[in-house]
Design a protein around this ligand. Structure first.
Ligand SMILES: [Zn+2]
Length: 277
């Protein structure tokens, strides 16, 4: 967990929703999820470490320390205890075998690198960093037509390019088997090469859904895409499909920004879905 709090206005994140509609959801009445006084969504920024039998996989590497993000005061020049927290979980940077970013927004790539002697260096020296080829190609195309600082808070330059240059990157299909019981599934809409990580062990399933679902409110209202979704309609279709799959499989839903306890189950409700923690 890198960051948690109520800091995003609900009707800013969900431009298709009115404040009245947001306040009518069950999730908005849970103070752990929504600050009703200020109409702010409680959100978290965290990585998920998967300890597969043969490897340790870190999914989504948050915002990072020391990154210049002048347009976001919560992200700018952070000095957080992320690596200490990882150590408390029993993992040194050397222990991570695979880093997987569900997509390449600034809050999912930050700890890919850290500042060492004035240079952005891969944080996880032994890791292979997996990126969806579609996602890399998409941002390369965007960057060809704009200044790097204008895209994703400048995170390509300090958190993605150094990995590509280091030789530790591996570009994969959005349908890819990462390890035994760990697979990538395409989940386009939020970004074109966005993926979900599916875990399966002894009949139990979990879906690490990144930003397919930003906030618990969207379980009740899956048609609300975020203002950060590149293709809101496709994102809504992907979200609906994902919720159906998670409910069908009675699986764990592990999005990148659900606040504590960060994992949920999804049940069918009369007119859609409901959260079951
Ligand atoms: Zn995000």
């Amino acid at each position: 967990m890198e960051l948690q709090g109520a800091f995003l206005a609900a009707d800013t994140l969900f431009p298709d929703a009115t404040l009245d509609e947001i306040r009518a959801t069950a999730a908005s009445r849970n103070p752990a999820l929504f600050d009703r006084e200020r109409n702010l969504l409680v959100m978290s920024f965290h990585s998920i470490v998967v300890r597969a039998p043969a490897c340790a996989i870190l999914v989504d590497s948050c915002v990072g320390n020391d990154k210049p993000r002048p347009n976001n005061p919560h992200w700018h020049q952070r000095k957080g205890p992320y690596l200490d927290d990882l150590a408390a979980a029993g993992l040194a940077p050397e222990d991570i075998d695979i880093v997987m970013c569900t997509h390449l927004h600034a809050d999912h790539v930050g700890w890919n690198t850290r500042l060492r002697n004035g240079k952005w260096t891969p944080t996880f020296p032994n890791a292979q960093y997996l990126f969806a080829k579609t996602e890399i190609e998409h941002w390369q195309e965007v960057l060809a037509n704009s200044a790097p600082g204008e895209i994703n808070h400048g995170s390509w330059a300090d958190s993605v390019a150094p990995i590509l240059d280091s030789g530790q990157a591996m570009l994969v299909s959005t349908n890819h088997e990462v390890a035994d019981g760990v697979a990538l599934l395409p989940a386009p809409g939020h970004t074109p090469g966005n993926v979900i990580v599916k875990l399966e062990q002894q009949g139990e399933r979990a879906y690490l859904t990144g930003d397919v679902i930003h906030h618990p409110i969207q379980v009740e209202r899956p048609e609300w895409s975020s203002c950060f979704c590149q293709d809101p309609e496709e994102s809504a279709r992907t979200r609906l499909e994902t919720l159906s799959t998670v409910a069908r499989d009675n699986a764990w839903l592990l999005p990148a920004h659900f606040p504590t306890p960060t994992a949920a189950r999804v049940g069918r409700a009369a007119d859609g879905f409901q959260l079951a923690w």
